[in-house]
Design a protein around this ligand. Structure first.
Ligand code: AMP
Length: 115
């Protein structure tokens, strides 16, 4: 989609720190991390919210999310992790291209993942 920052990241038109990719999804580090290793997973195609992502991509999304979460734990960014998704502005979505946040967590890091 024209002027969507995450579409530009998916196409390599804007630089990002890519963690890994699958056929339909891309993982990259959040530019403004809430915790060390804060990672975003996006569909490579433009979908606005979870409701727009085709259900037949669900298995790939789950398996890729597990893969990235495991990688972040292996890299010792955290000893646990939160997964969250803001869908539409009342829920805090700022970038209108669907994305899942993975927040590696450490004991007593005092982070409140849901604002
Ligand atoms: P949300 O509030 O769920 O829409 O979150 C959007 C996230 O995208 C925020 O955590 C931002 O820090 C992150 N973000 C925005 N622009 C970029 C970028 N160019 N590269 C990486 N992360 C970004």
């Amino acid at each position: 989609m024209h002027d969507c920052i995450f579409c530009k990241i998916a196409k390599g038109e804007i630089k990002s720190e890519i963690v890994d990719e699958s056929n339909n999804f891309l993982a990259f580090y959040d530019i403004n991390p809430k915790t060390a290793g804060h990672t975003l997973i996006i569909p490579k195609k433009h979908f606005v919210t979870l409701l727009d992502i085709p259900s037949n991509l669900g298995e790939e999304l789950l398996s890729f999310t597990k893969h990235i979460s495991g990688f972040l734990l292996e890299k010792k960014f955290g000893d646990g992790f939160n997964i969250l998704m803001n869908n539409l502005p009342p829920a805090g979505q700022v970038v209108m291209h669907a994305h899942i946040h993975i927040l590696p967590r450490k004991e007593s890091d005092n982070v409140e993942p849901v604002d």
